[in-house]
Each structure stands twice: as structure tokens, then as C-alpha cells.
Design a protein. Structure first.
Length: 119
């Protein structure tokens, strides 16, 4: 496909790679995707553009580390925490079946924000 005459740019987007099960020592779908990504990186084809959205777990980091200069960490982006807070507050405050005090709501919001870890 890459060598077709007149082939335009190819964009490959992989989202949630970290959510794909990873079995140590056993072939897994995640391992196969990582191998494909490794091959694509190795090709260094100018018309292939790769976007991988994932938490950087060790196996994923190992494959993507050669792309460091092109890496963007959303954990470092401003505004993300505010978006998470607004979303959590919206959920907690919109559920009228929950008979929580303001203190309980704030505790839930704070706990969920801490556990969200930027996601």
C-alpha cells in the first residue's frame, strides 16, 4: 500500500493502546500492535503519520521512545484538571437520587479528581 504510485498521506491513529490486555510472555493483541508500530517507525516513510494515544506503560514506552521529539503529554497540558473537575461536579450535582451533604460531595469530587490521574 505504501509503495503505490501517487499514494497520498496515510494517517494511522491508535487510541487506548494501554487498555488492550497485555500478557507477559504470551502473544497478545497489544504486543502485535506494538510490533506493527515498531515496523512503521522503522520504515521512516514520509507519507505515514502515526498518532498513538496511551498511558506510557513500560512496553509502550519502549516502542515509542524513539519518537520522543514528537511526543506530547496531556498530563502537562493546562486546563485538563479544570475540565475533569467540571465533569465530575456535573455528575455529582446532577444526581438528585443521592442525598449527600456538600461535604460528602466535595470529598467525592476531590477523591475522584486525585484518582483520575489526568484521565
Amino acid at each position: 500500500m505504501l509503495s503505490q504510485p501517487g499514494q497520498g498521506p496515510i494517517f494511522i491513529i491508535v487510541d487506548g493502546l494501554d487498555e488492550c490486555p497485555n500478557s507477559s510472555g504470551m502473544p497478545s493483541a497489544r504486543g502485535e500492535v506494538l510490533e506493527l508500530i515498531k515496523e512503521l517507525i522503522g520504515l521512516q516513510h514520509p507519507n505515514v503519520h502515526l498518532c498513538v494515544a496511551s498511558r506510557l506503560e513500560s512496553d509502550i514506552r519502549k516502542v515509542l521512545e524513539s519518537l520522543n521529539s514528537l511526543q506530547i503529554s496531556l498530563h502537562d497540558e493546562t486546563g485538563q484538571e479544570a475540565d475533569i473537575i467540571a465533569y465530575i461536579k456535573s455528575l455529582v450535582n446532577s444526581n438528585h437520587a443521592l442525598d449527600w451533604t456538600e461535604e460528602d460531595k466535595n470529598m467525592v469530587i476531590d477523591t475522584l479528581l486525585q484518582k483520575a490521574n489526568g484521565m
